[in-house]
Design a binder for this molecule. Sequence first.
Ligand SMILES: NC(=O)c1ccc[n+]([C@@H]2O[C@H](COP(=O)([O-])OP(=O)(O)OC[C@H]3O[C@@H](n4cnc5c(N)ncnc54)[C@H](OP(=O)(O)O)[C@@H]3O)[C@@H](O)[C@H]2O)c1
Length: 272
Amino acid sequence: MKMKWKICVLGAGNMGEALIKGMLSGGLYTRKEIIASDISEDRLTHIHSTCGIETTKDNAAASASSKFIMVAVKPAAVKVLMEEISPALDRSKVIISIAAGVPMGRIRQWLKKEVPIVRVMPNIAILAMEGATAIAPGPGVTDRDREAVKKIFDSVGKSVLLDEEYLNAVTGLSGSGPAYIFTVIEALSDGGVKAGLPRGAATLLAAQTALGAAKMVLETGRHTGDLREMVTSPGGTTIEGLYRLEEAGLRAALMRAVEDATRRAEVLGKEE
Ligand SMILES: NC(=O)c1ccc[n+]([C@@H]2O[C@H](COP(=O)([O-])OP(=O)(O)OC[C@H]3O[C@@H](n4cnc5c(N)ncnc54)[C@H](OP(=O)(O)O)[C@@H]3O)[C@@H](O)[C@H]2O)c1
């Protein structure tokens, strides 16, 4: 089977498009090495005009001529898609599935054959090229292929390699996490407005503060407690604010949010 494309993206929606743009801008693949497939003509026209790559409606043909097969359709559409492309697959290919909550075992059942699978849990921030992604390689995935997959997700943010058993917790933390942080930013902005700031300035300052704090954690590698200590002078403003957050139970609320979301991911993952 001739590999015309290095990678096909099946489902060129929000996530598929972000991944295509990341791979192109990161120089991982050239335009001639990626093909996108979708059932929507509008999406294909959009992807062709904005990314300059070839597009098709034929999932099986795109899969037959690619080494990596990125599955980026909604979870409910994965079963039919796997049955459709299965005849085009063999052990030389690698399925990369970003479908939330769809275990590798189920994909294998639907394919009815052994094909190396990598299950990935990215988050919506890949749209801003700052995604947080967990990558779980299944049996038969070579070290080389695993690294190639990691490079794809590093082109749209940062990624970690984990076993599949951790992906529900990843969903509870970084999968749902952008919504928690949007809420925190909105609440900080509200606080600014309550204190008299114009809304636009308050939102910009809140969002940039979240971004700056996150960058300091990632770039210094220092413990968050140390960093917090750096801005907390005795008898100052920050300790007043921190005391209020502790009193309101912010820390416990965030921990429980992750725990409950993880439990929900477990329940949803068991449903067909
Ligand atoms: N968004 C997130 O935060 C997030 C985070 C982690 C993982 N994910 C996962 O990423 C995947 C994609 O999410 P998304 O937000 O990008 O969805 P999306 O914008 O709806 O994109 C999916 C695309 O696939 C198309 N499609 C449906 N059935 C198809 C088929 N059989 N063959 C080819 N294309 C098909 C859809 O067309 P129609 O619209 O016409 O149906 C749509 O254009 C999902 O599985 C989701 O669980 C998303």
